[in-house]
Design a protein around this ligand. Structure first.
Ligand SMILES: O=C(O)CCC(=O)C(=O)O
Ligand SMILES: [Fe+2]
Length: 290
């Protein structure tokens, strides 16, 4: 019981601590690649990604038409792949993230599983980069791919970069995400190993049999449901940096927490927090998710 109370208190401190780091970074950090903080330009995005997003907002767009424009990694698991960023943008973002990592600025951990990486909102990259990416590009695509998982009702996200390197994190255990939907983009550098593997939907990790292996392709993003059991194989050589965007739809999670599969008991917090809202969002049929 004491442990539970301590964990609740620890979690309640996360929001204010993160806000304090963000404020300090905003006032005293000097970026190496300031252009990364400019508002998201189409020129940063791969032509295939622009085409997919443009198609998704066109009149009469449907799933069949969309599937002709991106790669289906697994029809059964509903995992897709598409180039997201241009090579120069990946390079610039990576340089900036590495510069931040090497700075003496305070750093939050990306999530409870990864020890190395960067939280994009603390760096000030949510407003110019991640929110436009979600609202203008990901939302229309996800609405067609995953209408039953809140794809059309995304209203917040948690975006972070995970880093795998010798002597640091090497692999990632089997888990599902605190997200309705996830985008995972390989940013570089040069590496071997580290493939993603996928099991079933909301399946117990112990039940993982014959997972689907998905190799990374730099610049490309893998789209999957947050509840799809997955992990990352050990890094072989080099360094791997991936941008992970946990996409959230309060219309879904307010009724069915993705972590405990129950209706959540909410406490107030700051910012996007964990993506829940107190307002009544449009209802979705959560039964379709199981
Ligand atoms: O290592 C990876 O690329 C996967 C990261 C991931 O699944 C996560 O952070 O939720
Ligand atoms: Fe994950």
């Amino acid at each position: 019981m004491v442990e539970l109370e301590q964990e609740v208190e620890r979690r309640q401190r996360l929001g204010p601590e993160s806000a304090a780091r963000k404020a300090l970074i905003a006032s005293s950090y000097h970026p190496a690649r300031p252009e990364v903080y400019d508002s998201l330009q189409d020129a940063a995005l791969a032509p295939e990604f622009l085409a997919v997003a443009e198609y998704s907002v066109s009149p009469g767009a449907d799933l069949k038409g969309l599937l002709q424009r991106l790669e289906t990694v697994s029809e059964e698991k509903r995992i897709y792949r598409v180039p997201v960023f241009t090579a120069p943008f990946c390079q610039a973002l990576l340089e900036e993230l590495e510069h931040f990592e090497q700075s003496d600025m305070p750093k939050g951990r990306p999530n409870t599983m990864n020890n190395y990486g960067v939280l994009l909102h603390e760096l000030g990259l949510d407003e110019p980069l991640m929110t436009p990416l979600r609202e203008r590009f990901l939302q229309p695509v996800m609405a067609l791919l995953y209408p039953d998982c809140g794809g059309g009702q995304l209203d917040s996200h948690r975006a972070f970069v995970v880093k795998y390197a010798p002597g640091q994190d090497l692999e990632l255990g089997c888990h599902y995400d605190n997200a309705e939907l996830t985008l995972n983009v390989a940013l570089g550098k040069v590496f071997t190993g580290g493939a993603l593997y996928f099991g079933g939907l909301f399946q117990a990790p112990a039940a993982l049999t014959e997972p689907l292996e998905v190799e990374h392709v730099v610049g490309q993003g893998v789209l999957h449901r947050g509840g799809q059991l997955h992990g990352a194989r050990p890094l072989g050589t080099g360094e791997r940096w991936n941008l992970v965007v946990w996409l959230r739809a309060s219309a879904v999670r307010n009724r069915l927490c993705p972590m405990c599969r129950c209706e959540p008991d909410l406490v107030d917090d700051e910012g996007f927090s964990d993506g829940f809202t107190r307002e009544e969002p449009t209802t979705v049929d959560v039964c379709a998710l199981t």
